[in-house]
Design a protein around this ligand. Structure first.
Ligand code: GLY
Length: 425
């Protein structure tokens, strides 16, 4: 079969990597792809969000006789690419626009959780800064300010005091840093605890959980600095044992899938639960409607079952029969980012040392913001590479990933040195 993957990040490289292992897949296309994906897929340059991008991708699918399209990022899902493909009789994996709203609007997600009794931190919605400023006066800190719409992980501000909260509110509601269409925020109570990423394949009625993982969202060591798309991850997360998993399924995952179904938003695709576990309870911080990035980079290398079979089980409402197998190794990924990320950064820096991948067993270099320029691989984004290693345990995987990083270089490279340190905290 021929499969087309939409996206250009480390997550999409991990999807292509897994599809490339399938004996059923004869050719992979990536739109637009990156320098790493170009080694295993034919990359075609249609930018996500450009004018008529649905139509352009559909043209490729029809011309190349693609059998299945796998959507990596959230923007096409929230924009409704699955509805568009289904209306045109084309096979695509991901939730519909109606179901994807659970990521597309944080306010919708919060109100959905309220309707279905799903635990989530307390919050208030604001459209005008003057009411938000009044609310934060004298409030307990930290406090979390979240932009309602999509912001590539950068719309969440964890504010240590009133000054930071005022700045966050102002930037979204007055300066409109995320554009003018959607001007709403949530102000959410901060919850202490361990963040957990739990992802599941859903066929709309039933789910198959993937192994647990933990992301590292802040830019600097010790969870300092602004939020990013994710600076590293590992799987499994030992905190998520049988009992906690049961609680997450019964209190969160099943009610979410059932609630979406009851509201006429049947959920087919990957559902990502961003959770916080304190000593008493586990709550939902956010829903995402696709594989996480970098979580995909530590989960997919552990998948033993053919990814196309899992996707087909979701699309044919038979995920319960899929019998998905995962290997027992641990996997850890460290993201190498450009200087300045998650703020502005320069592109075009030559990347050296990538051949280390051939010298270390079970090391995978997933590309994100990279491109080929005059026979060189250069940086082309904020998050550039995901240095991913498998090992018998998290310590061994970590050692291997950081050993490889010593050999990889581009000007201004930044990364966290503490990925995995909270695994047994
Ligand atoms: N790693 C966070 C996300 O994928 O949204």
């Amino acid at each position: 079969m021929k499969v087309l993957v939409i996206g250009s990040g480390g997550r999409e490289h991990a999807i292509c990597y897994k599809l490339n292992q399938s004996s059923r897949v004869e050719k992979i296309y990536a739109v637009p792809g990156n320098a790493g994906m170009a080694k295993i897929a034919q990359c075609i340059d249609v930018k996500i969000g450009e004018e008529q991008y649905f139509e352009k991708i559909k043209e490729i699918v029809e011309k190349e006789k693609v059998d299945l399209t796998f959507v990596g990022p959230e923007i096409p899902l929230v924009d409704g690419i699955v509805n568009y493909f289904n209306d045109n009789g084309l096979k695509i994996f991901g939730p519909s626009k109606e179901a994807a709203l659970i990521e597309g609007s944080k306010i919708f997600a919060k109100e959905f959780m309220d309707r279905h009794g799903i635990p989530t931190p307390n919050y208030k919605v604001f459209e005008e800064s003057k009411y938000a400023f009044a609310y934060i006066k004298g409030h307990e800190y930290p406090l979390v300010v979240k932009y309602d719409g999509l912001a590539a992980g950068k719309g969440v501000f964890i504010c240590k005091n009133e000054e930071e909260a005022t700045q966050a509110i102002s930037s979204v509601l007055d300066e409109k840093i995320f554009g003018r269409d959607n001007q709403k925020i949530i102000i959410e109570n901060f919850e202490k605890g361990q963040e957990i990423s739990l992802l599941a394949f859903s066929d709309g009625h039933n789910v198959a959980c993937m192994p647990s993982s933990q992301d590292h969202k802040r830019i600097f060591d010790g969870d300092k600095g602004p939020n990013t798309g994710g600076m590293g991850a590992y799987s499994p997360f030992p905190l998520v044992g049988t009992q906690l998993l049961k609680e997450i399924k019964n209190k969160i995952l099943f009610p979410t899938i059932q609630g979406l179904k009851d509201e006429g938003r049947l959920y087919v695709g990957v559902l990502y639960l961003g959770l916080i576990k304190n000593k008493d309870e586990v709550k939902v911080l956010e829903y995402n409607v696709r594989l996480g990035d970098p979580e995909a980079q530590v989960i997919l290398p552990r998948l033993e079952t053919d990814l196309t079979e899992v996707v087909e089980a979701c699309l044919s409402e038979s995920i319960n029969e899929a019998n998905i197998k995962w290997n027992s190794k641990s996997c850890l990924c460290v993201v190498l980012a450009s200087e300045g990320y998650p703020g502005s950064y320069k592109k075009g820096k030559e990347i050296k040392g990538l051949d280390i991948e051939d010298q270390i067993d079970d090391l995978i270099i997933f590309h994100a913001g990279t491109k080929i320029e005059e026979d060189k691989i250069v940086t082309n984004g904020g998050r550039v590479l995901g240095i991913t290693a498998l090992g018998e345990d998290i310590f061994k995987a970590k050692e291997k990933a950081y050993q490889a990083i010593k050999k990889i270089y581009f000007e201004g490279v930044q990364y966290r040195s503490d990925i995995g340190d909270k695994a047994y905290a």
